[in-house]
Every structure is written in structure tokens, then in C-alpha cells.
Ligand binder design. Sequence first.
Ligand SMILES: [Zn+2]
Ligand SMILES: [Zn+2]
Length: 307
Amino acid sequence: MRQPFRGFEKCAFFYDVLAVTTEPSLDCGVKLKFYGARGSIPVCDPGFQQFGGNTTCFQITFVDTNRIAIIDAGTGLRNLGRDLRAIGHQQDQVVIAFTHFHWDHIQGFPFFRPAYDPEQRIRILTVGRGQTIGNLREIFEVPLQSQYFPVQLEQMGAQFEFLKVEDASRHFTAVNNVETTVTGQRHNHPGGAYGFRIERAGKVLVICTDVEHGDVVDPQVVELSRGADLLVHDAQYTAEELQTHRGWGHSSFDQAMQVAEMAGVKHLAMTHHDPEHDDDFLLRMEKLCQERFPNTQFAREGMEIIL
Ligand SMILES: [Zn+2]
Ligand SMILES: [Zn+2]
């Protein structure tokens, strides 16, 4: 049964994520599952299957409530939706929060099965100050025009809600008195993108992808990542590749580790793998990175990390 919790009016956008549907357990942890760890464009070639070819999509599960939230709708979203159906996961409203709307972060949306269920409510959400996007609904409507896709947004079936939230530093308490804070922060990327910091029951998850640092790593990204149990950071390029990809909006392996070191992060997961980086290459780089920052993993599709 739902009960009111502090700050409900202020944070209705996350209410449904946190509402309890099952008996609460003692574990108030947060679980992250990678449904897409590839950047820029999906790849399906042999030699890319270990890290996976689907583009950015993260599933966050609040363990005690068994509620999920999704960040980004890259092609990995298709498998996420299929898995939800397969296990019979029931959640009246699903939130999909977006770092930004480049193709590799929205292309899975038309293939998200729950979006075709008239009973399903889906909240499309942006969080953070300084947003420059105009009409949020249009961002999804336009790529679904009949010239591009057979089913238009209004024909999909689910009940969509589009919400832009400026003030991201909102506190709220779930039914079992677990306070949760979600912070969205804009960082440098062509057109802008947002990093998220999610704090709950003493655990901190930071997701910061599609970020390009300057000559030094962005101190605001370091602050956002401060003390995180898990930092998921963009690592599309080697230091050499970064030199020839200035302005493309991404980071190097070195920069991801530098942020983790400066912020005192416990565990680092590198993501947004370049479509030219095959499994052999990524395995080699992962080993090299682990020599410098031992608690580093390169994100693999299907990988789960419990905080
Ligand atoms: Zn991207
Ligand atoms: Zn991007």
C-alpha cells in the first residue's frame, strides 16, 4: 500500500519509481544493469559480442522496492523491454530519464515493448538546470513521423508524459523511509548532456557519459562524482585518438580514471565504447587501465553491479 512521504509535491516525478509494490526487504541498495555499452552506433560484427553492440541504455533497480528507472533509450532498450515482459515485471509507470537526445541514446525507443501497452504509463524525463531543448514531445514525435517509421508516437499506445525538471537537487523519502537524492548536471558535449548522481541509503551511483573534458578534467564532473560507490564514465577514446576527435564530445580512458582518482571513487565502469574498438582491443585496454586503477571494469552488455 502506498503511503505519503516527505517532499511528495516536490518530487512527484520519481514517486512511482520508488513506490513499493512488493514487501520491502532490508537491502535498500541500488542495482545497475548495462543494456547498452556501445557509443555512437550499434555494431553487430563478430568480435564485438563480449562487450556488446547495443548503444547506451542503463536500468536502475531500487532493490527494496523492486522498482526500476531507465536512463537513455539507445538500442539496448529493446532487450530491456523484452526482459521486463519475460519476467512479468509490473510497474504502472516507468521513468526514462535522458542524458541527451543524440541518436545513440534514443534509437531503441520505438522498439520498447511497454510503449505499445495502453495500460503502461511512461514518463520521459530530463533533469537539471540550463536545458536548451525546446519541446520534449517533439524530440520523440519527429523521428516517428511516417517518413521515418511506420508507427507514430500517438499510435504506439502507452500513456506518455513529457517532463522537464530544472531543479534537480530534490530530496524525498520513500515509503520505507529511505531518502533518495537525484542530481542532474549539465556538462560539455555538442548540444549539451547531463550527468546524474543518485544517492540512496548511503550508496552513491554516478552516471556521466558523453562528456568531453577540456585540457584538464572538468572540476564539476569531479564534484558530481565525489565519493561515488560506482562511477560510470565515458571512455570512448585512447589518449591518442582523443587528439584527433576534439569537439566530438567524449573522453579518454585516462580522463575517466583521472576523474575517478580525483573524486575518490570506489569503483569505475567505463562505457560508450567506440564502434571501432573490438573485444580484443577493449580487453587489452581494460587490463592496462586496471594496472593504474585496479577497481575498474569496462561495461559489458548484461553486466550488473549492485551497490
Ligand atoms: Zn552517445
Ligand atoms: Zn552524444
